[in-house]
Write a protein that binds this ligand. Structure first.
Ligand code: GLN
Length: 522
């Protein structure tokens, strides 16, 4: 079922294979009809993750990129919508030569071909396919059927099926295996035989529970893996190693330990040793659904590991902030990406507070745009400054460029994915990145209005990064403060445990310095 941790389970199993020296290529199957997650509401679905090619996907693809150390494209996300679209296009072209087009074999063939194509195109040693949904769901049936066929078509050692189940604990503290038994029965009824059963449980599986599952579900006891709650998701690959999942897979798939990569263990070691804490406020609209900002939280973790501190986030509702008096007892303030007018004045208030009180500040995308608006209103003195996303004003400091308007008219989408940014020398941004050309992921429609750039600069705002030959502003900073930086792009999407995002590293470092100096003073 959803929320069980299938994505983390798959990513962690994949990480074990990466550590053994294999090239692992992930594919996420989302059985919903949407073509991609681009139009999905973060309230319902958690964060929209943006890939390098600009595809907007489910946040699980983010876990894969971080755990496996890869960068994938939209083709690695298969949805029912995409499969049916491909089948219908083929049918219209006459590719099926007059046959009746059916779920079996046409839809299932399309699924199998897609999976095999991605594996081959990417030179995968091992292709890791996660099937979303629950066994028995109508939507996931064609995918499970395709997988069943593959299980027969591939050599035995080339295929392993991992089934993730829930082991609840009853009021007497007993670990219950019935849900596992039933879901395995369901799986078997459609012809699928699990090789491994990963059991999600709030505590470690008892030997007796494992024995029971092994007996009733007909898998060897070594193939029953305890996936008890971890203090951090990065611990999960190590837990699986303790459970000897790697050894089981080596035997089942006739693999060998080609290498012994250590980065992951080293990262987790550092994570465990952390003592210092910094408090950072995230001022946003979707704060009730913490997964809406998942990559930001992950980027904080990476930057925290580098700086030797844990980032504790304080969630602040931007709408509440509009009404209340602002007093934030934090070491840093982050304004994330966002859409729509609701809560914007609260965010602007928070930015103003950060700027005037010299509190480390990081703005991302919408946060970047609102930082420009705050500056235009309070430093330049245009009290009506705003974004034309919300209102017509004499000072639309954030505006849509004519070329974007053209793209919109043609039914285009936002400016999405990897774009090269030029970083200006002798700026904070350049110190952080240490490079003049960086590639970061984007997801926006509005820009700093070129008409007002000179005025903003004259009043002390520095644009330290740009793209499109200088037409679009990408990074801003306010050098009077110890750390006041914002980016039009989303640096969080490229942050990795062992390659943290430079803006996040700098921000967390500044927050840590501030917290230490305050502690010293008091
Ligand atoms: N709403 C803004 C835009 O479209 C910012 C988007 C974002 O933060 N991702 O430009």
């Amino acid at each position: 079922m959803s929320g069980l941790g299938k994505g983390i389970t798959a990513a962690s199993a994949g990480r074990l294979l990466v550590d053994m020296g294999y090239k692992v290529v992930p594919i996420k199957v989302d059985p919903y009809i949407n073509i991609d997650a681009g139009t999905m509401n973060p309230f319902q679905h958690g964060e929209v993750f943006v890939l390098k090619d600009g595809t907007e996907v489910d946040l699980d693809l983010g876990h894969y990129e971080r755990f496996l150390g890869v960068e994938v494209t939209g083709n690695h996300n298969i949805t029912t919508g995409k499969i049916y679209k491909a089948v219908i296009e083929k049918e219209r072209k006459g590719d099926y030569l007059g046959q009746t087009v059916q779920i079996i074999p046409h839809v299932t063939d399309e699924i199998k071909t897609w999976i095999r194509r991605i594996a081959h195109e990417n030179g995968a040693d091992i292709c890791l396919v996660e099937i979303g949904g629950t066994v028995g769901d109508i939507e996931s049936m064609p995918f499970l059927e395709a997988i069943r066929q593959m299980q027969n078509e591939e050599r035995e050692e080339d295929f392993a099926l991992i089934h993730v189940t829930l082991v609840p604990i009853d009021s007497c503290g007993e670990q219950k295996t019935k849900p596992t038994q039933h879901s395995v029965k369901e799986l078997r009824s459609i012809g699928l035989v699990p090789d491994v059963i990963v059991c999600r449980c709030s505590e470690k599986l008892k030997e007796s529970t494992k024995r029971k599952i092994s007996l009733f579900c007909d898998v060897p006891i070594e193939a029953v893996i305890s996936a008890d709650d971890a203090s951090d998701i990065y611990e999960v690959p190590l837990k699986f190693k303790d459970e000897k999942l790697d050894t089981y897979l080596i035997n089942k798939m006739k693999l060998s330990r080609k290498a012994e990569r250590k980065e992951w263990t080293e990262i987790v070691d550092k994570l465990r040793k952390i003592e210092d804490v910094v408090r950072i406020a995230i001022v946003g609209k979707y704060i009730d659904v913490k997964d809406s900002y998942l990559s930001i939280i992950e980027a904080f973790k990476h930057a925290g590991i580098t700086n030797g501190c844990k980032v504790v986030t304080l969630w602040v509702d931007s709408e509440d902030l509009e009404k209340s008096e602002l007093k934030l007892d934090v070491d840093g303030i982050l304004i994330p990406g966002g859409f729509g007018i609701r809560g914007t004045e609260g965010k602007i208030k928070a930015i103003n507070y950060a700027r005037e009180n010299n509190i480390p500040f990081l703005g991302i995308c919408f946060g970047f745009q609102l930082a420009v608006i705050e500056f235009a209103r309070n430093k330049v003195g245009w009290s009506d400054a705003n974004s034309s996303e919300f209102e017509k004003t004499k000072h639309p400091v954030i505006d849509i460029l004519p070329e974007q308007e053209e793209i919109d008219k043609m039914g285009g989408t936002m400016r999405l994915g990897d774009i090269e940014v030029t970083v200006v020398r002798n700026t904070l941004a350049h110190t952080l990145y240490g490079m003049e050309k960086v590639v970061e992921r984007h997801r926006h429609r509005y820009e700093v209005n070129p008409e007002f750039i000179d005025d903003l600069k004259e009043h002390g705002l520095v644009f330290s990064g740009y793209s499109d030959g200088g037409r679009r502003m990408e990074i801003l900073e306010y050098p009077e403060n110890r750390f006041f930086l914002a980016t039009q792009f989303h640096p969080e999407f490229k942050s990795r445990p062992y390659a943290p995002s430079p803006p996040f590293v700098g921000f967390v470092r500044a927050a840590l310095e501030r917290s230490k100096s305050i502690r010293k003073d008091s």
